[in-house]
Write a protein that binds this ligand. Structure first.
Ligand code: NAD
Ligand code: LMR
Length: 342
């Protein structure tokens, strides 16, 4: 059998691993929005995970065929399909991790915030069902605008009395994946070695790569810092424009979401050396939510690595101050929506 796992330490790409063959598949994962552009390739990557025993695919349409197709892969997880709100509760029963890529993507000329009006309601409804059916699950939110949808989810979970801030994650892994790729290309480094923490949020200038904290240690000229920061911040727009109306990043996003999921499952499985960047409830700044490196454990966020924000360059400090204004507004917009529409 051909199985892969994301490499344990640097987590840069999936690799075939002989130890993966020993792993006992045992976790239940649900993907909400599974028939979509991200949902389908993500489901395929999750189907290849040796840690997953049950893969539940939910969408409002077209999910039956996706599940039938995937179920023929001879990997351990059992695939089931769930269509429409009547089947959402059974999809979520007893799952360990819920991944949410449901919602509309951008077209050229739009910001992620332009998706708020449609996606805020979708996320609220889905999180209500999560609260009712698997309140103890890790929740991975991909639906944009992440800077607002995560605070919406937190409010809904609070209203339902089941909010656990350690288990609610905005998925910002794609920003790290892009940063690693672009830095390795620019500096001619081996991809597997490169790790750039990306903090703040997931939209425009709120995406702040901390290039000075790149591992292995690299020196950048001011021009390189400017160019790399701009490219990482505009990575999503680069794809939206190249797709010219046919959506936003789906394949690289599925890859990034699969990496974040695999890290979460390893943490749930008892691995005590799992770190990922994620947009979570946080006290590292004055904002209630902030993306930074977190240590993952069985109970979710075990620690937030606040030391990444120490000893920043002047450029990064300016970027950090500038992003807080926009990020604060996006967080408040989400909270207001969830409180008002209750
Ligand atoms: P898509 O339109 O291809 O797929 C979305 C899927 O969601 C569709 O299958 C649709 O039927 C489903 N859906 C809609 N309403 C639903 C509901 N109420 N319940 C369940 N499913 C529902 O879009 P996509 O390209 O897969 O992108 C999905 C979302 O992910 C977008 O909001 C996009 O902006 C976001 N995104 C986030 C990141 C990130 O880094 N966090 C990266 C890429 C895309
Ligand atoms: C991305 O970063 O690719 C996503 O957030 C999708 C988008 O709209 O850019």
């Amino acid at each position: 059998a051909l199985r892969y796992s994301f490499s344990q330490k640097s987590q840069n790409y999936p690799r075939i691993s002989s130890s993966a063959l020993q792993i006992q598949a045992s976790f239940k994962v649900a993907i909400l929005g599974a028939a979509g552009g991200i949902g389908q390739p993500l489901a395929l990557l999750v189907k290849m995970s040796p840690l997953v025993s049950d893969l539940h695919l939910y969408d409002i349409a077209n999910v039956k065929g996706v599940a039938a197709d995937l179920s023929h892969c001879n990997t351990p997880s059992k695939v089931r399909d769930f269509t429409g709100s009547d089947e959402l509760a059974s999809c979520l029963k007893d799952v360990d991790v819920v991944v949410i890529p449901a919602g509309v993507p951008r077209k050229p000329g739009m910001t992620r915030d332009d998706l708020f009006n449609i996606n805020a309601g979708i996320v609220r409804t889905l999180i209500e069902a999560v609260a009712d059916n698997c309140p103890d699950a890790f929740i991975h939110i991909i639906s944009n605008p992440v800077n607002s949808t995560v605070p919406i989810a937190a409010e809904v979970l609070k209203q339902k009395g089941v909010y656990n801030p350690k288990k609610l994650f905005g998925v910002t892994t794609l920003d790290v994946v892009r940063a690693n790729t672009f830095v390795a290309e620019k500096k001619n480094l081996k991809l597997i070695d490169v790790d750039v923490p990306v903090v703040g949020g997931h939209a425009g200038i709120t995406i702040l790569p901390l290039l000075s904290k790149t591992k292995p240690s690299v020196t950048f000229s001011d021009q390189e810092v400017n160019d790399l920061t701009a490219r990482i911040q505009n990575g999503g727009t680069e794809v939206v424009e190249a797709k010219a109306g046919a959506g936003s990043a789906t394949l690289s996003m599925a890859y990034a979401a699969a990496r974040f999921l695999e890290s979460s499952l390893r943490a749930l499985d008892g691995d005590s050396d799992v770190y990922e960047c994620s947009f979570v409830q946080s006290e590292v700044t004055e904002l209630p939510f902030f993306a930074s490196r977190v240590k993952l454990g069985k109970q979710g966020v075990e620690a937030i690595i606040s030391s990444d924000l120490e000893g920043l360059t002047e450029y990064e400090v300016k970027g950090l101050e500038a992003l807080k204004v926009e990020l604060k507004g996006s967080i408040e917009k989400g909270v207001t929506f969830a409180q008002k529409e209750k």
